[in-house]
Design a binder for this molecule. Structure first.
Ligand code: NI
Length: 171
């Protein structure tokens, strides 16, 4: 297993629309293992392939407090959305920023599991929010897109500035 590099806003590669996974094979499962390792190490509760510069439609998530409920969703499609939930979201690609975003409270989603079998799952609350957030990534969308233009530009400028300082210190 290997830890992968997470792209950060406003990297234009985060705007790529991912294409469907054609085959659930050993290569894909190795990437999924690496994504779980990267997500847990960050630490985070969800990671989409887009964020590690892989533009296929799959994501990993685990909202449990003890890394006991790993979910890998390949070619996920939301079939139903119900209810409204506003919660504070963050993103491993927008480090240090947390803002309220409105999502569906409950979803039903279909996807392929790690064996390549079609599965349907219901999700509520935090897991539902996380899956919606990660599927947005596969479509090239970030949670900051739900904020005002002024707020998004402020976050972009601050992140660019802090990365310049990091680059200078790393010499
Ligand atoms: Ni994210």
């Amino acid at each position: 297993m290997a830890k992968l590099t997470i792209l950060e806003f406003p990297d234009p590669r985060l705007r790529t629309k991912a294409i469907p996974v054609a085959a659930v094979d050993d290569e894909l499962n190795a990437l999924i293992d690496d994504m779980f390792e990267t997500m847990y190490a960050a630490p985070g509760i969800g990671l989409a392939a887009t964020q590690v510069d892989v533009h296929w439609r799959f994501l990993v998530a685990d909202v449990s407090p003890d890394q006991s409920q790993p979910h890998a969703l390949i070619n996920p499609v939301i079939l139903e959305k119900d209810g409204v939930r506003v919660s504070e979201e963050g993103c491993l690609s927008v480090p240090g920023y947390y803002e309220d975003v409105q999502r569906a409270e409950h979803i039903r989603v279909k996807f392929l599991n790690r064996e390549g079998d079609p599965v349907e799952m219901e999700a509520d609350g935090l897991l539902a929010v996380c899956i919606q957030h990660e599927i947005d990534h596969l479509d090239g969308k970030l949670f900051v897109d739900y904020l005002s233009e002024a707020k998004r530009q402020r976050i972009r400028k601050r992140l660019e500035k802090s990365r310049r300082h990091q680059a200078a210190a790393a010499m």
